[in-house]
Write a protein that binds this ligand. Structure first.
Ligand SMILES: *[C@@H]1O[C@H](CO)[C@@H](O)[C@H](O)[C@H]1NC(C)=O
Ligand SMILES: *[C@@H]1O[C@H](CO)[C@@H](O)[C@H](O)[C@H]1NC(C)=O
Length: 321
């Protein structure tokens, strides 16, 4: 007689427990960042996005980015598990030799600050943890090389301006032979970075060694930081060509822990709406070879649209007077 009741109450308990667990997971989840005091996270220019290669035309361009000091060997590279990601900082001697990028219609010089990774848990021997997806497909790993516009002195200032940040993003493919150069030695030191705030010093190498082999083809768009406060201050460059990582390096990342000792397990934000944004698929052509719609004309068109909109508003406002 008592048994069904007991099963019922156990069930009820499980339902309540599970619902609470799901709710508590949800209210901390990315879809609630906007209501948790980070209003920018609900903005119209959010990142990451899905890049639909069928939908976006290719723009040929001939003004390559000017990578400066990218081939200089760093005097020291430190990786730190900050509880959200594994972040690498590079020191240079002298310090004015920090790598920077200009040209390529960036409209300024952007100095390298740090790089970090986004990864996912392993499900059925498959890793998927990149933030940007290409035609709906999520790569195993994504690296963000964060640069600050030199007209702002600090990252805190730069993130408050629409021209503050440039992020170079590399998607990785899993490869059995090609080790990611940066994390080569982490097999040995991974125990040091596994706990929250654990850190390790890596073998000095140039920043260029972490880039994909071909950096001339990329997707470019206006977006945001992918963690709160989601400031819409980022010019995104997502390289079309992949970098390489071996399964051992992905395994190492998936063992890193949060402050509460739980595994970080996955740290990618879901893709956000593209809305009215234009995404550019930039493909390098030697000067004289440019045949398709010119890249600069393509990049200027949003500005023309803004001028057009301003003109329309001025016309409407004037006609009201
Ligand atoms: C950036 O903007 C936020 C929000 O408006 C403000 O609280 C903060 O002080 C600003 N930071 C800097 C360095 O200007
Ligand atoms: C690295 O970790 C050690 C030991 O916890 C700590 O003393 C040191 O300050 C850390 N270094 C950095 C750069 O965070």
């Amino acid at each position: 007689m008592k048994k069904p009741n007991m099963i019922l109450s156990i069930r009820l308990f499980l339902y309540v427990f599970l619902s609470l667990a799901i709710v508590s997971e949800c209210v901390q989840g990315p879809q609630f960042w906007g209501s948790l005091g980070f209003p920018s996270c609900d903005g119209d220019l959010q990142s990451p996005i899905n890049i639909d290669t069928e939908e976006i035309p290719k723009y040929e361009y001939n003004d390559l980015f000017n990578f400066k000091h990218y081939d200089d060997v760093a005097s020291r590279i430190t990786v730190t598990n900050n509880g959200h990601t594994l972040m690498a900082t590079f020191d240079y001697q002298p310090s004015k030799n920090r790598p920077s990028i200009s040209g390529g219609q960036l409209g300024g010089t952007f100095e390298f600050e740090q790089l970090h990774f986004h990864w996912g848990a392993q499900i059925e021997k498959k890793y998927s943890g990149a933030e940007h997806t290409i035609d709906g497909v999520r790569a195993p790993l994504e690296m963000h090389m964060v640069h600050r516009n030199v007209k702002y002195n600090t990252m805190d200032q730069a993130v408050n301006h629409t021209d503050g940040i440039l992020v170079l993003a590399a998607l990785f493919e899993m490869n059995t032979n090609n080790v990611m150069p940066l994390l080569q030695s982490v097999d040995i030191v991974h125990k040091m970075v596994e706990p929250f705030m654990g850190n390790a010093t890596l073998k000095p190498r140039p920043l260029s060694s972490v880039l994909p082999e071909d950096t001339t083809a990329f997707f470019r768009y206006r977006g945001s930081l992918t963690t709160p406060g989601c400031q819409e201050s980022v010019e995104w460059v997502v390289f079309e060509h992949r970098a390489h990582v071996i399964v051992g390096q992905l395994n190492m990342l998936s063992k890193l822990r949060r402050p509460d000792q739980k595994l970080i397990s996955h740290n990618f934000r879901p893709t956000q709406s593209v809305n009215a944004r234009k995404i550019y698929h930039m493909v390098y052509k030697h000067p004289g070879q440019v045949t398709a719609e010119s890249a600069s004309a393509g990049l200027r068109s949003p500005l023309l649209a803004v001028y057009g909109a301003v003109a329309a508003v001025v016309l409407v406002c004037n006609s009201r007077l």
